[in-house]
Design a binder for this molecule. Structure first.
Ligand code: NAD
Length: 281
């Protein structure tokens, strides 16, 4: 049976480290601040925003949530972002995605000042990651690496297969694994014979959004399986991995819930503190 990669345990370690950094900044008169913008009333997004607020409270970060109506215009949204760019109490600005369909996500993200881009989604920070330069790292991929390192799972020289190529998870996860000297394969919706590739993975990251896409016959025995997916099936949260059967073959597996999602929030807190240290300390 696979070892369970316990997101609660690892995120607690990360959050304790962040809380210490916050205390150090406060001694110098700096309270790191996060602003979260939520447009509309998507229940899943509301849940995520609440959990981010709670994490801020836990580590001592000042937080502010702006809730905008679902018919907010692009200009109104970008005016709010511009105001936060100028707000001295705010070190990080998070635009909760997805936005309602009438809004241009990429354009709105490009309005966040790169030095307050706490998610690392601005083109400048994405470019820095591409070039292996110092910058803000997207929270979910950063959380995956933190989890692998805490569990002492080797990355260097291993074959990592990332299923999914989104700008927020798949691509940056692949780049971070590459930075850690893994040999990386990226799979996506047009990949032929997915199973032949996933079966070669020492580390398999599933970031697709399809319940039970990854089944036990797709796993190399002993592999580390990181399930990023968050899906609602029959009223409960499940990942992309058939947890029950895959855990009989894998060496390590992250559960959903209780896995990568918690790491994402912890890394968000770390990014806020990182921005406050870089820009104010
Ligand atoms: P996305 O929809 O932007 O991307 C999905 C990717 O999956 C695409 O690149 C697509 O090519 C690929 N894909 C689709 N069908 C496939 C198939 N049959 N075989 C192989 N690849 C296929 O999604 P995203 O934003 O990257 O999110 C992926 C999942 O991760 C979602 O369930 C999302 O809710 C979840 N998520 C979790 C966290 C977290 O903190 N745990 C954070 C972000 C996203």
């Amino acid at each position: 049976m696979a070892v369970i990669l316990d997101g609660r345990e690892y995120s607690n370690i990360a959050l304790d480290q962040v809380a210490e950094k916050v205390q150090a900044l406060k001694k110098n008169g700096i309270t790191p601040g996060l602003a979260v913008i939520l447009v509309g009333d998507d229940p899943a997004s509301q849940t995520y925003v609440r959990s981010k607020g709670k994490a801020c409270d836990r580590v001592g970060i000042y937080s502010r949530t702006l809730i905008l109506a679902s018919d907010t215009t692009q200009a109104q949204l970008e005016k709010q972002i511009a105001d936060l760019n100028r707000d001295d109490r705010i070190d990080g600005i998070l635009l909760q995605l997805p936005l309602p369909a009438h809004l241009d996500e990429q354009h709105a993200l490009s309005c966040i000042a790169p030095e307050k881009d706490v998610d690392g989604f601005h083109a400048l920070n994405a470019g820095r990651l591409m070039l292996s330069l110092d910058g803000v790292l997207p929270c979910t991929p950063k959380g995956i690496i933190f989890m692998l390192k805490q569990a002492e799972i080797p990355i260097e020289g291993e074959h990592a297969v990332v299923v999914g190529r989104s700008n927020i998870v798949g691509k940056p996860a692949a780049l971070l694994l590459l930075q850690e000297n893994a040999t990386v394969t990226i799979c996506h919706s047009r990949t032929q014979d997915l199973k032949a590739l996933t079966r070669q993975a020492d580390i398999l990251v599933a970031a697709v959004g399809k319940p039970k896409l990854i089944t036990e016959d797709m796993i190399k025995p002993g592999a580390a399986v990181i399930d990023v997916g968050i899906n609602r099936a029959n009223g409960r949260l499940v990942g992309d991995v058939d947890f029950e059967n895959v855990s009989k073959v894998a060496g390590y597996i992250s559960p959903v819930p209780g896995g990568v999602g918690l790491m994402t929030v912890a890394m968000l807190m770390d990014n806020v503190v990182g921005l406050a240290s870089r820009n104010r300390a």
